[in-house]
Design a protein around this ligand. Structure first.
Ligand code: 3PG
Length: 400
């Protein structure tokens, strides 16, 4: 169900679950992509004359009030972006939330305080969660689920509350599902999946699901060293998941058996340890099969950048999740930059390109790439991965 299914919303109290789980440096938001992504739904509801009551989590406060995880910076940024005052309630469903909601006029926006300050929000006890959700639901007339980044969770404010009120997906959730489905259901081929990030173990489900569906799997990031090791190469002091080597050997076999092209880096940027404290930044490029025993791989090398670029540009659909290296340090950001640029070039050439959320989405924005260089930048981290894994996501199924 989508917004249209909720009928005339003029004067209605619309509870919207958004994902405002943004990276913070103190109280400074370092990437406001998720806040911007929520604007179309909020603006649409205000245009319809609804009272917009926003709910969101920030971080993992584990059911306690953690002042550093207050949504105050989000309320401030939202006010700037919407050009209207966004009132922050001090609690999620308590007396302050009730008073602030009661005082709303049509078109007003209230943001309820971090839902995860309440232990019931993430409780495993369904009855406890359901009772809590009813208290939240009492604040609204209808519910809109627009926090795509949390649809893989069954929590009070995004799942249980949908059972208590007429509920529908917001514009962001609709857009995300449409875009990600384009890559998973009958994608235009060749379909290239680019995976990075530190751990293979975070990506097992995606690799397993896409290994038989993609035409090409391009691997970089910290997880690549487990692939290199599985091929019999030494990886020095690079990140390695010993317990995943056998599984990865199996993936290499499955890829061969299914005619899926597995593309690994041919060169690696190494450093004598992770640059921090006494360890200086002194990058060197070595062939991927000759990583010295005392060196740590921190990015893919220039030849790999060219190789990955060619493979990505030669695709009709590209899905990318996970940085290629330690992109926060400029000397190890080139691989991630090259992959982002390759997606931009592929988009220009007519391919449908998706940047999976989390770190890769932040990386793309922080490296200065324009949003419209890609067909879709997902706001989901875990959610987009689980979507690509083909799992049923509770926050979506509850809306059906
Ligand atoms: C995310 O950042 O991926 C979402 O906001 C979900 O957060 P969580 O992993 O803490 O549930």
């Amino acid at each position: 169900k989508t917004l249209k299914d909720l009928g005339d919303l003029k004067g209605k109290r619309v509870l919207v679950r958004a994902d405002f789980n943004v990276p913070l440096d103190g109280t400074v938001i370092t990437d406001d992509g998720r806040i911007k992504a929520a604007l179309p739904t909020i603006e649409e509801l205000r245009k319809d004359g609804a009272k917009v009551i926003l709910m969101a989590h920030l971080g993992r406060p584990k059911g306690k009030v953690v002042p550093e995880l207050s949504l105050a910076p989000v309320a401030k940024r939202l006010s700037e972006l919407l050009g209207t005052d966004v009132v922050l309630a001090e609690d999620t469903y308590g007396p302050d939330a009730q008073a602030k909601v009661a005082a709303m006029n049509d078109g007003d926006v209230v943001l309820l305080q971090n839902v995860r300050f309440n232990p019931e929000e993430t409780s495993k006890d369904e009855a406890e969660r359901a009772e809590y959700a009813k208290k939240i639901a009492a604040l609204g007339d209808v519910f809109v689920s627009d926090g795509f980044g949390v649809v893989h969770r069954a929590q009070g404010s995004n799942y249980d509350v949908a059972k208590d009120l007429p509920a529908a997906a917001g514009l962001l959730v609709e857009k995300e599902v449409t875009a990600l489905s384009k890559a998973t259901e009958n994608p235009e081929r060749p379909l290239t999946v680019v995976l990075g990030g530190s751990k293979v173990s975070d990506k097992l489900g995606v690799i397993e699901n896409l290994l038989t569906k993609a035409d090409r799997l391009v691997i970089g990031g910290g997880m690549v060293f487990t692939f290199l090791k599985a091929q019999g190469y030494e990886v020095g002091t690079s990140l390695l998941e010993e317990d995943q080597i056998d599984k990865v050997k199996g993936y290499i076999e499955t890829a061969k058996a299914n005619n899926v092209e597995l593309v690994l880096p041919v060169d690696i940027v190494v450093n004598k340890g992770f640059p921090a404290g006494d360890t200086p930044i002194d990058p060197q490029v070595v062939p991927a099969d000759q990583i010295p025993s005392d060196m740590m791989g921190l990015d893919i090398g220039p030849k790999s950048c060219d190789l990955f670029h060619d493979k990505i540009v030669d695709s009709k659909t590209v899905v990318w999740n996970g940085p290629m290296g330690v992109f926060e340090i400029p000397q190890f950001a080139e691989g991630t930059r090259a992959v982002a640029q390759a997606l931009v070039d592929a988009t220009k050439a007519g391919a449908f390109t998706i940047v999976g959320g989390g770190d890769s989405a932040s990386a793309v924005r922080n490296l200065g790439f324009p949003e419209d260089g890609f067909s879709h930048i997902s706001t989901g981290g875990g959610a987009s991965l689980e979507f690509l894994e083909g799992k049923a996501l509770p926050g979506l199924t509850v809306l059906e």
